[in-house]
Design a protein around this ligand. Structure first.
Ligand code: UN1
Length: 531
């Protein structure tokens, strides 16, 4: 890695290599990752990997993986512990770099680095467990065991909105379990990816075990990595991103009989029942919808409100959303920063007419912030940054596209319902099933919601976002294939069970056939006990 100063007042540009077969590989073809808050700030120059680069990155780690798998798991976990320590030491500079490269507000960037630290803390000790079982045999002098074995070489493809936390959810357990990893970081945050990989090597990870290939998704390193499944060079892909690409990963893995981990989109519902603490619920809805400028897979898409409290919720939400401070991600006081990239901004701009065509009412008309039309509480550079004010639709029906389609940006819908039955039906009324929330004081409504919601994650009186690093993260339906990340559950995704039987009888024993049946007991006559 190298740096080169810029003459425009911004910090230096980071020049990052691919890491293939344990070696840094520079490339003649590079692309620039620019800060979304200052498009003239070239944060990183990263390689545009060719298919040949990606193929080589997938071919080489076999031998390294076998050696790594022979390293005792507590030893592997020690490196994860050291990584956690390094992340702690670098937390502030890394967080500031995350904000600079992908625009997350600094408070949230710190939280996302902390999420990676928490993941290291958890898996450092998991290396001393990775339990198998001892199982009784049906035959004498015979023992049965189960062991967790690594899957092999794992391709990891991650998104730009959580460029360090989500990669850590995948790479930490994958390596802990004795796999090697070929990682394609998001092209929105290649610099964060390179700094994270560098911390792994500094922590003592053998370089050949974690390869990094940079580039775009479609027709780029991401697509090439998926294609390596067909060349039998990968044993698994772990992917976080859109449902559309998730399907492609699933298809490639399916036809090669591999099990992918897929964490995909969401259109997450937040229900407010009539008895809820309205102030609390609106604060939760506001954060769920506009935190990270709505660019979390767990962001709220539909606020589902009982008609009795709809007027109150509507007024408070509009009041609070209009007062949100938008601006430079390094400003500690902002509520949200810029879009991560132009593509997300354009999709969000287009969503406005989708809602209007559907017949939804534009309650708060979110607009791109440009020079001359900055809102009063704006604290960024409108000319150079990708900013927008919040958009709220109301009179939204669940069959409208605007209620069904995920839109990564500051936009949310108000959906009116009558009572808990309609609320649950609306909350389950999309193809997705990632996260969900309900605000109520009624214990029976909480119970019903927990039991009947089809999402993988549910909050009661809290927002749709903010999963903790030791709970299973993941969704159902179009939100994923049922695999989970984090905590003990993710171990299933990166290991295969092996069972072993050890026969000490000294003679051939046949299961199911050589069993000595005990003599059947005599059947007593109970007829004298009853009338
Ligand atoms: C994502 O947006 O891909 O629960 C992950 C949350 C975060 C993770 C989101 N801890 O919102």
């Amino acid at each position: 890695m190298k740096t080169t100063p810029q003459d425009n007042g911004h910090p230096s540009t980071l020049i990052v290599p691919n890491v293939i077969d344990g070696q840094e590989r520079e490339s003649s073809h590079t692309y620039a990752s620019r800060s979304p808050s200052h498009r003239d700030d070239v944060v990183t120059l990263a390689p545009l990997s060719t298919k040949e680069d990606v193929r080589e990155a997938c071919q080489k780690p076999r031998a390294a993986q076998r050696a790594w798998a022979r390293t005792p798991a507590p030893g592997r976990a020690q490196i994860i512990g050291r990584l956690g320590q390094l992340l702690r030491e670098e937390k502030e500079s890394l967080s500031r770099f995350v904000s600079r490269e992908m625009g997350k507000p600094i408070r949230e960037a710190r939280g996302s680095v902390q999420e990676a630290i928490d993941t290291c803390d958890f898996f450092q000790s998991e290396g001393r467990r990775l339990y198998g079982q001892t199982v009784p045999s049906e035959l004498p002098n015979k023992e049965l065991f189960t062991y967790r074995r690594p899957v092999g070489v794992v391709g990891v493809i991650t998104a730009g909105n959580f460029p360090i936390a989500v990669p850590s959810w995948k790479i930490v357990p994958a390596l802990l379990c004795g796999n090697s990893v070929v990682w394609k970081p998001s092209d929105d945050a290649p610099g964060v990816g390179a700094l994270f990989a560098d911390l792994w090597y500094r922590a003592g990870l053998p370089r050949g075990v974690l390869s990094v290939v940079h580039g775009g998704g479609k027709d780029g390193a991401g697509q090439f990595l998926i294609e390596m499944t067909d060349e039998q060079l990968l044993d698994k892909i772990s992917f976080t991103g859109s449902t559309e690409v998730g399907r492609m990963v699933g298809e490639a893995c399916g036809r090669n009989l591999k099990r992918p981990s897929l964490e995909l989109g969401g259109k997450n519902p937040l229900v407010i029942l009539a008895d809820a603490d309205i102030e609390l619920a609106v604060d939760g809805a506001l954060w769920s919808s506009f935190g990270t400028a709505g660019q979390r897979c767990t962001s709220c898409g539909n606020i589902i409100v009982d008609r009795k409290v709809m007027p109150q919720v509507r007024d408070l939400l509009v009041k609070k959303a209009s007062a949100l401070k938008i601006g430079d991600p390094l400003d500690e006081s902002i509520a949200y920063g810029p879009f991560i990239n132009e593509r997300f901004l354009e999709r969000w701009v287009a969503q406005r007419s989708v809602g209007i065509e559907d017949g939804a009412n534009l309650l708060l008309d979110g607009k791109r912030i440009t020079p001359g039309n900055e809102p009063a509480n704006f604290a960024g550079n409108a000319e150079k940054g990708l900013y927008a004010t919040p958009r709220i639709f109301d009179h939204v029906k669940m069959n409208m596209r605007v209620a069904q389609e995920e839109c990564f940006g500051p936009t949310v819908n108000l959906v009116e319902v009558d009572g808990i039955d309609e609320a649950i039906e609306a909350a389950n009324g999309t193809q997705y099933g990632l996260s969900s929330a309900i605000y109520t004081r009624d214990a029976r409504a909480m119970l019903r919601f927990k039991e009947e919601i089809t999402a993988g994650m549910t909050s009661v009186n809290n927002s749709t976002t903010g999963a903790e690093a030791h709970l299973p993260f993941g969704g159902n339906g179009a939100s994923g294939n049922g695999t989970r990340e984090s905590g003990i559950w993710v171990i299933e995704a990166y290991t295969r069970w092996q069972c072993v039987n050890v026969d000490l009888a000294g003679k051939l024993q046949l299961a199911q056939m050589d069993l000595e049946d005990a003599a059947p007991p005599e059947k007593p006559d109970w007829s004298a006990l009853v009338r």
